[in-house]
Every structure is written in structure tokens, then in C-alpha cells.
Write a protein that binds this ligand. Structure first.
Ligand code: ATP
Ligand code: MG
Length: 363
């Protein structure tokens, strides 16, 4: 009996539709080999949703996502909508989706694939073998803490305020996600905070430590965020799983991403307590190359692998997808963003076809 999963597909803007087409084909091929049946339904989000419905996240799209087992999102935004007021931009659709699905945990792996070591901006000795996961809290912290706003003081000055706040429950749930992930990876968790200055960080540190005692196999360490930023660039191999709050995670996950040197390769996952997760590449809609069959579909394909692994718990299928990506790179096949001397340049579609052929080889 094959298992059926309902997948909400949100191709969005720019290169989104091209990389989505490849990802769907590849998922279907993996499904056949692993006895999984994917029912895809497509929804509008971002700029295209604004054009067609007036809203970056139409209610029907959110309903579709809520009733699905997982959401695969490609990319949103583009020059065309850049002049809209901030509250009406395509990107607000993504914020609405995160809020609507209560996605509090953002997972961003940064792995240096041996085939792409030279794509990194750092030295080979520094980056070779890097394989880490950054777990960022996504719905709390200084982004949402109260009070927030620009206020007038008694003396008539303006005062901008945001508040970094976490409750123990908010810390516990992200810590648990991170501990679970660490226990499935290298059994090392580094919690990043600013406990030497911030009270909220002291609570963070205490709660993470308390929960970690339930995971005796996971070795827990703590770093201040400034030191963590330095260590990420100086000696990134020391990290396995990192857990941190919303603002620190925003910054550290971008540093970790740039170690790999190729935005077209980076997947991400956002998970909630229950309900579907959202799986999407880290890169944007790349309007400069949209519609030219130049996009690298691998970040989205790897996001689909994260969907299989962390969203649907189909590890065998996830492994197969990741092996197909590695096999393509082993053959020297590259899209423009990761092209190097002596390699073969492929377009988005051809990359998809090669992935399908590699899935054939390994079945
Ligand atoms: P956003 O604000 O949506 O994150 P951005 O301005 O940060 O967008 P991206 O859309 O991620 O930028 O693109 C940055 C650069 O990387 C562009 O030159 C783009 O063409 C390139 N790029 C991004 N994604 C890919 C991809 N999948 N394949 C090839 N090139 C890409
Ligand atoms: Mg960006």
C-alpha cells in the first residue's frame, strides 16, 4: 500500500516556477521508488498573488496549506513590486504564512559538499568538512516582543523601541526541536545567547541547560553571540547543531550560509508544533535570471529532501534525493551559479533531467 501525502506547492515569482517544475518531477520519481504518492495542489503567493487577487497571501492559499501535509515554497518577490509600500509587498505573504501556520522553528543546514569546496569564499582548509544545522527561533524575540514602536517622550523626542522577550515555554519548545535534531546528527548542541548582558539570555541559557539534561547523549555548550560569529568564520568545523533566538539566528544563519559560497544550494525548513512545515530554498526569486532556464534547482530539491526528512519522516526517500544531488555534482554538472573550470554547464531543465537519470541509476 503506498502512502499518500498532500503537498501544497507555492511556486511564487521569478525563477520559482522553473525550480518548482524540476522539484515536482524529482519528487514524483522518488515517490515511485519509495512507494510514496504525492498529491500536489498549487497555490498563489507573493507578487503573482498580488497581481491576480490583490493579496500576497490569499485566504484560499492559507487554507490549502493548512489542509496539506507539507508546504513547498519556491521564491517570492521581484522588481515589479519593489515600489509598493512595505506592508503590501510580496514578502508579507511569507510572514503571513509563517504566522498562519505558527512556524516557530527555522532550520538551516550549512554543509560544504566536497565537490563545491572551491565555491566557498574561505580557504579550503577552513571549510572542508563543514556540516552544521542552525536552528533559529522564528516567532518571538525582539522581532515581536512588546512594547514596540516609535514613541514620543515627555521632552518631545522620538524613541524607537523593540523588546527582546522570551517566555520559558517559548524557549523550551525551540530547545526541544534543537535537541532532537542534534540527537539525530552529531550529538552536539551549541546554544548562542548574550547572557553576559541580557536578562532574557540568562533565562534562555538556564532553560536550554535544564532541558538538555533530558538528552544525556547530547553534549551542550554555550557561546555568546559575538564569539559565535567569530568562531563561525574562524573554525566552522567545530559546530554541529546551533540553537539561538530570532535576531541572533537571522545573522548567524546568513554567516553559516555564506561559508558554503553558493546560495543556489541552500535549503531551509520552518516547523510548527503541529500542522505542516514550510520547506523553501534560502535564495530569493532571482528576477535577473528568471525565465531563462539558468536557475539552480538544487536548493529547492534539497528543501524537498528536508520536507521528506523533517516534515514527513520519510528518511529513505530523503537519502535518495540527496544522493541524486551528490551524484549529479560528482559528474561535474553545474548550473551557472556554481560553475567552475572544467565542469559542464547545465540549464535548470537539464539539471532536472540529470537528477532523474541519477535516481534511475541508484534504484
Ligand atoms: P530576496 O530579497 O528575495 O532574498 P535577494 O535580492 O537577496 O532576494 P536572490 O534572489 O537570492 O537575492 O538573488 C541573489 C543573486 O543570486 C542573484 O544574482 C541571483 O541571480 C542569484 N541566485 C539566487 N538564487 C539562484 C539560483 N537558484 N540559481 C542561480 N542563481 C541564483
Ligand atoms: Mg535575500
Amino acid at each position: 500500500m503506498s502512502k499518500t501525502y498532500r503537498i501544497a506547492l507555492l511556486p511564487g515569482d521569478g525563477i520559482g516556477p522553473e525550480i518548482t517544475a524540476v522539484t515536482v518531477q524529482v519528487l514524483q520519481a522518488v515517490g515511485i521508488r519509495c512507494d510514496l504518492n504525492f498529491e500536489f495542489s498549487t497555490g498563489l503567493i507573493g507578487g503573482i498573488a498580488i497581481d491576480e487577487t490583490g493579496s500576497p497571501l490569499p485566504e484560499v492559499t492559507l487554507d490549502l496549506c493548512r489542509s496539506s501535509d507539507a508546504v513547498l515554497l519556491a521564491a517570492i518577490g521581484g522588481y515589479k513590486w519593489d515600489n509598493l509600500p512595505r506592508s503590501q509587498r510580496p514578502e508579507t505573504g511569507l510572514l503571513g504564512l509563517r504566522a498562519g501556520l505558527q512556524l516557530f522553528a527555522n532550520l538551516r543546514p550549512a554543509q560544504i559538499l566536497p565537490q563545491l569546496v572551491d565555491a566557498s569564499s574561505l580557504k579550503r582548509e577552513v571549510v572542508e568538512g563543514v556540516d552544521m544545522m542552525v536552528v533559529r527561533e522564528l516567532t518571538g524575540g525582539v522581532y515581536f516582543g512588546m512594547p514596540k514602536g516609535i514613541f514620543k517622550t515627555e521632552t518631545g523626542e522620538q524613541r524607537g523601541v523593540n523588546t527582546m522577550a522570551y517566555t520559558d515555554a517559548e524557549i523550551d519548545r525551540i530547545a526541544r526541536v534543537a535537541l532532537e535534531i542534534a540527537s539525530k546528527r552529531g550529538n552536539r548542541l551549541c546554544s548562542v545567547d548574550k547572557a553576559n548582558v541580557l536578562d532574557v539570555s540568562q533565562l534562555w541559557r538556564d532553560r536550554v541547560a535544564a532541558l538538555a539534561s533530558e538528552y544525556p547523549d547530547v553534549e551542550l555548550s554555550h557561546l555568546y553571540v559575538d564569539n559565535a560569529a567569530m568562531q563561525l568564520v574562524r573554525a566552522p568545523k567545530q559546530f554541529d547543531t546551533i540553537v539561538t533566538g530570532n535576531l541572533f539566528g537571522d545573522i548567524l544563519s546568513d554567516i553559516a550560509a555564506m561559508l558554503t559560497g553558493s546560495i543556489g544550494m541552500l535549503p531551509s525548513a520552518s516547523l510548527g508544533a503541529s500542522g505542516p512545515g514550510v520547506f523553501e530554498p534560502v535564495h530569493g526569486s532571482a528576477p535577473d535570471i528568471a525565465g531563462q532556464d539558468k536557475a539552480n534547482p538544487l536548493a529547492m530539491v534539497l528543501s524537498a529532501a528536508m520536507m521528506l526528512r523533517y516534515g514527513l519522516d520519510e528518511r529513505d526517500a530523503a537519502d535518495r534525493l540527496e544522493r541524486a544531488v551528490t551524484a549529479v555534482l560528482d559528474r561535474g554538472e553545474r548550473t551557472g551559479d556554481i560553475m567552475a573550470e572544467g565542469k559542464t554547464l547545465l540549464g535548470c531543465k537539464a539539471m532536472g533531467e540529470s537528477l532523474l537519470a541519477r535516481l534511475e541509476d541508484t534504484s
